[in-house]
Design a protein around this ligand. Structure first.
Ligand code: SF4
Length: 471
């Protein structure tokens, strides 16, 4: 089986879908239509969270040949490569409404036959998964120089707006030694930055046992030790690998412990980047969202992070238009964004997700009101980001060069990403996958512009292996 270079050449196209908002579902449907237009003969396999949440709906979409939920994603290649469609047997199917409440064991109907003519569907109870079924380590590297290593999946929280726990299942972690091996494999292949990620990354290790559990012990009653916390894992990665830069993706506010903050602040091998979901600055709204912190907790964490790392990138997810969101509640969010030193924001407009408590709440906010709030926050975020970027003019930053080289009025430039998560256009055509120092001269169209500084290389040069470079 060879990886096709274009959709038109593929015999099988796998679409990995998201369902976090109704917009994500729409995007998935548009992608299916686009692929079908570009290649009427390809078999289209739809997987991911939309496939897990609404398999029947996805199977009924014109152009879809096969639906594989997250529950069967680890078997995707095996199922999709079955030579003929008749060989695609039908797996057990569980609709979302059978997976309603947390900690309840859903009913799995293994026997239900699929109606004639329906596309084969492979979806089962995601809550039955107690281990992280890891994809290969090179998963998700759409930027070839910064692979993403998923070390945790699922979530035990139940934020009232969120469908993720229902499509990803309970929180589960990749074991520490496995992670060390995966990072070493990436380092050996020539990668210089690895991003560790998870659905609820700050909970990494809480499901792992130290010492091994008693038979039949519930996950929530299992003992955990400090050896199974994110901070210990990061220390182990630093000690047991020669990775040049580790980037930590989103971590919930309450998991930014003092230990974690000081570890990130103290190590030049950890990118100065903190993504801390906020959602709302209103206490009442956070409570309705079933978020586990209060606005003052959040404020305190962000202030500690900034105090420990003056140049750190601080990002947040913020939601507008949650059911019942009043003008005063939105104002509280706006004030929090104004007050805190965010360097970027992801602003989401709430959309009801079937099966979640918030979808049933009264006082859904009119779309035009939510959109306007979204616009206000985005504009504020853009101003804050620009101010942050301008603060680096005349300074030297560290950045990793990416694969893209472009040309503007002043000649060639190389795209790069700074340690603190800013886009940079580095003058000249530079080698990809190098940590370099750059002197910042300007900010142009939301991107830093700079020259390679005299002390160009931060770490010793190393090349990607041919296999890694070809990915
Ligand atoms: S913490 Fe809340 S928003 Fe995040 S994945 Fe879990 S339930 Fe969803």
């Amino acid at each position: 089986m060879i990886r096709a270079s274009t959709t038109a050449q593929a015999s099988i196209v796998v679409l990995n879908t998201c369902t976090v908002t109704s917009g994500a579902d729409q995007d998935a449907r548009a992608a299916i239509r686009r692929v079908r237009r570009q290649n009427p003969n390809a078999r289209i396999v739809v997987t991911g969270c939309y496939a897990q949440r609404a398999p029947q709906e996805v199977a009924a979409l014109p152009g879809v040949d096969l639906v594989i939920g997250n529950s069967h994603k680890h078997q995707l290649a095996q199922i999709a490569l079955a030579a003929r469609r008749e060989e695609w047997s039908v797996g057990p199917f569980v609709p979302l409404d059978a997976l309603t409440l947390p900690y309840q064991s859903p009913i799995v109907d293994n026997e239900r036959p699929t109606a004639n003519g329906q596309r084969p569907v492979f979806v089962s109870d995601i809550f039955a998964h107690t281990e992280l079924l890891a994809a290969p380590v090179f998963d998700a590297a759409n930027e070839r120089t910064r692979p993403n290593l998923k070390i945790q999946d699922g979530c035990d929280n139940r934020c009232s707006f969120c469908v993720i726990p229902y499509v990803r299942g309970q929180s589960r972690s990749l074991e520490m030694q496995r992670i060390i091996r995966e990072v070493n494999t990436l380092v050996d292949a020539g990668y210089r930055e690895v991003v560790i990620s998870g659905i609820n990354l700050g909970r990494w290790g809480r499901d792992l046992l130290q010492p091994p559990s008693q038979a039949g012990e519930a996950v929530s009653q299992r003992p955990t030790t400090n050896d199974q916390r994110l901070v210990s894992l990061i220390r182990a990665i630093l000690a047991e690998t020669t990775l040049e830069k580790l980037r930590i993706s989103s971590v919930e506010p309450m998991d930014w412990s003092d230990d974690l903050i000081s570890l990130v602040a103290s190590s030049p091998r950890i990118a100065k980047h903190a993504h801390v979901p906020m959602q709302s600055g209103s206490d009442a709204e956070l409570r309705r969202m079933h978020r586990k912190y209060r606005p003052w907790h959040y404020r305190e964490k962000i202030e500690k992070i900034r105090a420990a790392m003056p140049d750190v990138a601080i990002g947040a997810d913020v939601m507008v238009g949650f059911p019942g969101e009043t003008d005063a509640e939105f104002e509280a969010t706006l004030r929090m964004v104004e007050d805190l030193p965010f360097t970027y924001l992801h602003v989401f407009t709430y959309s009801p997700r079937p099966g979640t408590p918030a979808a049933e709440m009264k006082n859904q906010v009119p779309v035009h009101v939510a959109r306007e709030r979204n616009r206000i926050l985005r504009e504020l975020a853009a101003e804050k980001k620009l101010t942050f970027m301008r603060s680096f003019i005349g300074k030297t930053v560290e950045a990793i060069t990416l694969n893209v080289v472009g040309r503007d009025a002043e000649g060639d430039f190389t795209e790069a990403l700074t340690d603190n998560y800013l886009k940079l256009h580095l003058r000249g055509a530079n080698q990809p996958n190098r940590w370099v120092k750059a002197s910042i001269t300007d900010v142009v169209s939301g991107t830093l512009a700079g020259d390679p500084s005299d002390a160009l290389t931060v770490f010793e040069p190393r090349s990607l292996t041919p296999a890694a470079a070809a990915r």
